[in-house]
Design a protein around this ligand. Sequence first.
Ligand SMILES: [Zn+2]
Length: 156
Amino acid sequence: MCAEERPVYPVYIDLEVLLDVTKHALEELPREVIGFLLGRAYTWNGETYVHVTGSIRGRSIASETSVAFAPDSLAEVAESLRRDHPDKEIVGWYHSHPGYGCFLSPTDITSHKSCFAMPHHVALVVDPVRKEAAFFRVSEGFGYEGVRSAIVRRRV
Ligand SMILES: [Zn+2]
């Protein structure tokens, strides 16, 4: 057995977190929701990967077709993390696309670039109607790409 044959995914997300995000999206239908993803970034063999272990619902200005963080909400979350979860950092954000699939719109790319400047920061998009979820990273210029991910089931 060779360790290198094991697949390495750039993003790991705890099942409970994915369920929380999906629940949030379902509760607010048909409006979009937005929130922060918490966890840690690790570097291993020169690759950075992210383990998402929590989420925080964001205050948003939302309609059926667009969503954005309320002003100051990023600073508020950073402050509450420092206070309550010093072991976690913001590793990205999530939002919902109710019924129209998982992708990043030009507005989403702009939001990502303004709030999440680190290369490991990820965007999770969930469609609670089609029951889809996908992770993305914003690349150089104005592009983005899908990020392979795996769900972690933790037994306590
Ligand atoms: Zn969007």
